[in-house]
Write a protein that binds this ligand. Structure first.
Ligand code: NAD
Length: 267
């Protein structure tokens, strides 16, 4: 039985992960963490997430609960996530990291720490989106340079980072499939007299409204036709289920950095 710790336990994702874990065999909640000043600290985690009492108090410090778990599931914010990854690496444990919005320097540190842990790091843990990463790369390789690529992402009004980690990953896999450098061809804003669209550019546009859980469209625009691949998340449960699946998968793996394509055997 795998003992898992959930960080960000009172958050939108943390709560759904704890719910999802209830119905999955082979994994059990061993600890829950929140930021030290969060009102959930000291309360029973079942009470915090709307489940019966579980006999596990939410802790304000990962350090305190890490010895109880084999794997940390973290969906919080970039700074605490990185601090927690350092602790997990020092303890040689496993981690599933779903947080998005890391700076390039933070991503470099995550890559450097990964060999001291077993880490699944993925901006989107849904099965459908991970299949989409594969499909859009295949489409780009077939269409080559004749079709303009535009990505549109939409999320709820509370989301803090933009564009979404998923939209960035979609742009990265398409740029890679087309042999382009996303740092040079990514276009994230358009306004005013912008001139004609270049053939190489990959547009990434952001929508923020209401309670949209997450929507990603990749549009390949040709002359006389366009092809659109759309993923719509109806609830957070698909991400939460993916995170639990990743935790079960990663514990017995050799040290290193993995993503959901590894977990779902899509490589
Ligand atoms: P949220 O704001 O509802 O939850 C984040 C939680 O982290 C909060 O409860 C906050 O108090 C807690 N937190 C902050 N500092 C902490 C600390 N030091 N220790 C422990 N907990 C701490 O946000 P959310 O919607 O649950 O999203 C969290 C992150 O997950 C975001 O970066 C989001 O983009 C990402 N996300 C990823 C996926 C995926 O599939 N990878 C899916 C959805 C969301």
């Amino acid at each position: 039985m795998i003992q898992a710790i959930v960080s960000g336990a009172a958050g939108r994702m943390g709560g759904r992960i704890i719910h999802m874990m209830e119905g999955v065999e082979g994994i059990v909640l061993a600890g829950a963490v929140e930021r030290p000043d969060h009102p959930a600290v000291g309360k029973d985690v079942g009470e915090v997430v709307g489940l019966p009492v579980k006999g596990i108090k939410v802790s304000g410090s990962l350090n305190e609960v890490l010895p109880k778990g084999q794997v940390l599931i973290e969906f919080t914010h970039p700074d605490p996530s990185l601090a927690h990854l350092r602790e997990v690496a020092a303890a040689g444990k496993a981690m599933v990291l779903g947080t998005t919005g890391f700076s390039p320097a933070q991503v470099a540190e995550i890559h450097a720490l990964a060999p001291r842990t077993r880490l699944v790091f993925a901006p989107n843990m849904s099965v459908g989106v991970n299949l989409m990463f594969k499909v859009v790369a295949d489409i780009a390789r077939v269409l080559k340079d004749g079709y303009d690529v535009e990505i549109v992402e939409a999320h709820h009004r509370l989301k803090k980072d933009a564009p979404s980690g998923t939209a960035i990953k979609l742009a990265q896999v398409i740029a890679h499939a087309l042999g382009r450098d996303l740092d040079k061809v990514g276009v994230y804003e358009r306004k005013g007299i912008i001139g004609e669209r270049t053939q190489e550019e990959i547009g990434v546009q952001t929508v923020r409204a209401g309670d949209i859980v997450g929507e990603h469209t990749v549009l390949f625009g040709g002359i006389g036709e366009r092809l659109e691949i759309i993923h719509r998340a109806h609830s957070r449960d698909n991400f939460a289920r993916g995170a639990v699946r990743a935790a079960l998968w990663v514990v017995p793996q050799p040290p290193g950095l993995y993503d959901m394509q590894d977990v779902l055997e899509l490589k």
